[in-house]
Design a protein around this ligand. Sequence first.
Ligand code: RB5
Length: 146
Amino acid sequence: MKIALGADHGGFELKEQIRRLLDSLGHEVIDAGCYSTESVDYPEFASKVCGLIVDGEVERGILVCGTGIGMSMAANRVQGIRAALCHEIFTATMSREHNDSNVLCMGGRVIGLSLAQEMVKAWIDTPFAGGRHSRRISMFDPGHKG
Ligand code: RB5
């Protein structure tokens, strides 16, 4: 799968680890930055990753900031983006099955590496269930193709 990654300084370290995980799993990764722990503004990276999704360059994106909150707020302002802020495996999985999330947001200062890795794997592997969930998504995202 083609996946874009983005982070601010609060999510940089976890984003680096996630890139290594995705590489090892054979996914094609576009790393939209940031590229160090120097302080930056998270909306810039949310915008880059979401732009790649709506332009069809990648299928999905993963955004990491300190809490994941700012990234999820910024990402969900973009038409066609369904960003899910998750801290554990159940919601990461359900965000795919019921909400067809195309962006996973996580807090680099909230969750540890092994949990994040398991969440990412579950999120990538879980298909959208469709059916009644498609109807519900089309009520707020008319362009959704489910
Ligand atoms: C940066 O200090 C922090 O505010 C940011 O990483 C994020 O947590 C915002 O939601």
